[in-house]
Design a binder for this molecule. Structure first.
Ligand SMILES: C[S@@+](CC[C@H](N)C(=O)[O-])C[C@H]1O[C@@H](n2cnc3c(N)ncnc32)[C@H](O)[C@@H]1O
Length: 423
């Protein structure tokens, strides 16, 4: 590839990243915004997404570096250009000369107002290029107050900072091997059985996807089903199943699975994933609050809807889109789902409650409240060999956080508890 071609590809991705950041500023999620990059070649689309992700992870840090260099805060589109260029130079080690020239060009191309701002962008970015030491001294992006408050109150300031550092690092790609798969599964094996590949690995470029030799699932998310310990032939309902990572694990263990979700379109993804991996399950579109099986079940998996604050490494836009206001509604729904899930279990049956949340209100507090409401329910010991003693909470739940396994690249935030109804 000659140099001019390379530059053209790079600039298409940068313009794509600016489109994504603008849509996210307007309230879209990164996945929703991705449709805007539909015209880009796949490699540029992937690079635009990565640039946007890396910028969102360091937005506050970039703003703190830029603030003293700006006489007044520029218009949002110019601010996005400055942030993106700052992150490219200081976090992604892109050569300053090329970055400055490109973003000055993109500023100029953004219309009459852009022409007027180009000189300022040029001057500021040249100062940014000299700012590596100041950049290194800035703390990672803080979690929003509604999340940081409970995190600090529960685990302390040092843990909050470690979580924030993990958020900035982003997430590796984790695969769950299909036990019935034929080919080797790429990546390094983790103690929990997942395989890990570096952040930014393109899923479509990996062997074994079409043949269903593995599926994408964060290592923490993949821990819930082993803790339920499904057995061949057991009748198990996965009450909030889509897109189906845990349904696949349950089916792979030989259970008779009913996969339920309130969203028909999301349930269609469960069907696709089951077909690709060669498993089957009964699929039901229904509200888990009211659905009842024809007879009580051996086990239930309740991966409840939640704030998803455990997934900020992969969705750094999430803290900007949410303000914690819907939390009471979610915790109320989770409690009602727990009560209903217990009511469809046979005596002696097990239930795993899980949320991809960092908030104790959606994890530890739900477990305590459920035990208070249900004197006939006990917490099952967490017997899986990958569980480290320090991860187990006072009441016997499993607390997973992005700052755990730092030497391996972290994991999503999750809370998992296994309950047993008395026989
Ligand atoms: C955290 S996701 C589940 C992820 C899934 N267990 C997996 O491992 O791939 C939560 C799911 O709950 C579904 N959901 C939300 N409220 C529900 C309800 N009342 N009944 C059934 N499903 C519900 C959502 O549509 C969403 O697909």
């Amino acid at each position: 590839m000659d140099k001019s071609q390379g530059k053209k590809v790079g600039n298409a991705a940068r313009a794509g990243a600016l489109q994504l950041l603008a849509a996210i500023d307007d309230g879209a999620t990164l996945d929703e915004a991705a449709a805007l990059n539909g015209q880009l070649a796949p490699a540029d689309r992937a690079r635009a997404r990565r640039l946007a992700l890396e910028t969102l992870r360091r937005r506050d840090r970039a703003d703190a570096l830029l603030a003293p260099m700006l006489a007044r805060r520029p218009r949002p589109e110019i601010m996005r250009i400055l942030r993106l260029a700052t992150v490219e130079m200081l976090a992604l080690d892109e050569a300053a000369h090329g970055v400055v020239n490109t973003y000055v060009g993109l500023t100029r191309a953004s219309g009459r107002k852009g022409q007027a701002a180009a000189g300022m962008v040029n001057a500021v970015l040249r100062r940014v290029a000299q700012g590596a030491a100041a950049w290194a001294d800035l703390p990672p992006q803080p979690m929003p107050g509604w999340l940081r408050g409970p995190v600090v109150a529960t685990w302390g300031e040092a843990t909050a900072l470690a979580i924030e550092a993990a958020h900035e690092l982003g997430a590796p790609l984790d695969l769950t091997p299909n036990p019935a798969g034929k080919g080797p599964v790429p990546g390094t094996g983790l103690p929990s059985g997942s395989h890990r590949l570096p952040a930014g690995t393109q899923v479509s470029a990996l062997p074994g996807y079409d043949s269903g030799d593995w599926w994408v699932q964060d290592a923490a998310a993949a821990m819930a089903v082993p803790l339920l310990d499904p057995r061949p032939g057991e009748r198990i309902a996965d009450l909030c199943a889509a897109p189906g990572g845990k349904t696949l694990q349950l089916a792979a263990a030989g259970a008779q699975v009913t996969a339920l979700d309130i969203s028909e379109s999301r349930l269609a993804r469960v069907a696709e994933n089951l077909a690709r991996c060669g498993f089957s399950a009964q699929l039901v579109t229904a509200d888990a609050l009211t659905w009842r099986p024809d007879r009580p079940l051996d086990a239930v998996l309740l991966d409840a809807p939640c704030s998803a604050t455990g997934t900020i490494r992969r969705h750094p836009e999430l803290p900007r889109l949410r303000d914690g206001a819907g939390l009471d509604g979610l915790t109320d729904l989770q409690a009602r789902l727990i009560d209903h899930a217990l009511s469809i279990l046979k005596p002696g049956g097990r239930m795993v409650y899980a949320t991809c949340s960092l908030l104790p209100a959606e994890g530890e507090d739900q477990l305590a409240a459920a035990l208070g409401r249900h004197p006939d329910v006990t917490v099952e010991p967490l017997r899986a060999s990958f569980v480290q003693p320090g991860w187990i909470t006072a009441q016997g739940g499993l607390r997973l956080r992005p700052d755990l396994w730092p030497e391996r690249g972290g994991m999503d935030g999750f809370f998992i508890a296994c309950l047993r109804k008395s026989a």
